[in-house]
Design a binder for this molecule. Structure first.
Ligand SMILES: C[S@@+](CC[C@H](N)C(=O)[O-])C[C@H]1O[C@@H](n2cnc3c(N)ncnc32)[C@H](O)[C@@H]1O
Length: 236
């Protein structure tokens, strides 16, 4: 069978609700053999799904806050955590797994607790064998393990009825961590900006975390990149 380019495949496989169901099928098919019979692509299943999603998002924008972290940023965030084999890492908002892959590259045996709320992303994770906790991280989810490090590119800005959804993520992370635990996180704006502009509701977060590193990170995520800072935080 002749293979198609990603844009050509998308044209044939985008229904009213988008290509998400077809993307799950494509992931399941690719994961079985490391190849897709109709899509010309070289790379892992997650890389293929990411490439298709980003092609689709060029036209319609991000879907429910799914901004894919670029590999160079993911690698830097992981390096800052200095992961040890005995660590238990939490990744809230797994998405298409860029942070998960970056952590695995450094510590292949690491125990990782990944959380995701979008059903199609959960199905993609399952297709490639990533253990996943399905549900809303902002709503009292039970995690299977006690974690001690966190890696997170949260959704940002107005989403799910919150004016700063990333603040909600940092609150839930603070509740699940103890003194000394480390959190590598992307937040909007230049270094320090996010913390200076915090509404009163989130002001307590300034005392919950000590900022160990803050680095301006251009082009942090796709489809639409906003200026972000990569922070390494320590729970205090
Ligand atoms: C900015 S994206 C991060 C994507 C990921 N780093 C990647 O490279 O694909 C945020 C992710 O968090 C997920 N998310 C948003 N709100 C969530 C919630 N309340 N509970 C669990 N996951 C959530 C979104 O579906 C999305 O996959």
């Amino acid at each position: 069978m002749t293979k198609q380019s990603i844009p050509a495949w998308l044209k044939r496989n985008t229904g009213w609700g988008g290509p998400y169901e077809k993307l799950v099928e494509a992931a399941q098919l690719h994961a079985k053999t490391g190849d897709h019979p109709q899509i010309a692509f070289e790379g892992t299943t997650l890389e293929m799904v990411t490439a298709i999603y980003l092609e689709h998002a060029k036209k319609v924008g991000a879907f429910d806050g799914l901004y894919c972290t670029w590999r160079h940023v993911a690698d830097k965030m992981v390096a800052s955590l200095k992961l040890q084999p005995e660590d238990v890492l939490l990744i809230p908002g797994l998405g298409l797994g860029a942070l998960y892959d970056a952590a695995r590259r450094v510590q292949p045996q690491l125990r990782i607790v990944s959380v995701e709320c979008q059903n199609w992303l959960v199905q993609v994770a399952e297709a490639v064998g990533i253990p996943i906790t399905k549900g809303d991280f902002l709503n009292g989810l039970n995690l299977p393990l006690q974690i001690n490090k966190v890696l997170c590119n949260p959704p940002m800005g107005k989403l799910w009825g919150f004016s700063k959804v990333e603040g909600e993520f940092l609150e839930r992370i603070a509740e699940r961590t103890i003194v000394g635990n480390r959190v590598a996180v992307l937040l909007p704006g230049e270094p320090g900006y996010w913390w200076d502009k915090l509404p009163n509701k989130y002001a307590w977060l300034r005392n919950a975390y000590d900022i160990k590193e803050a680095e301006l990170t251009q082009n942090a995520a796709a489809p639409k990149s906003i200026t972000c800072t990569r922070y390494l935080l320590e729970r205090v």
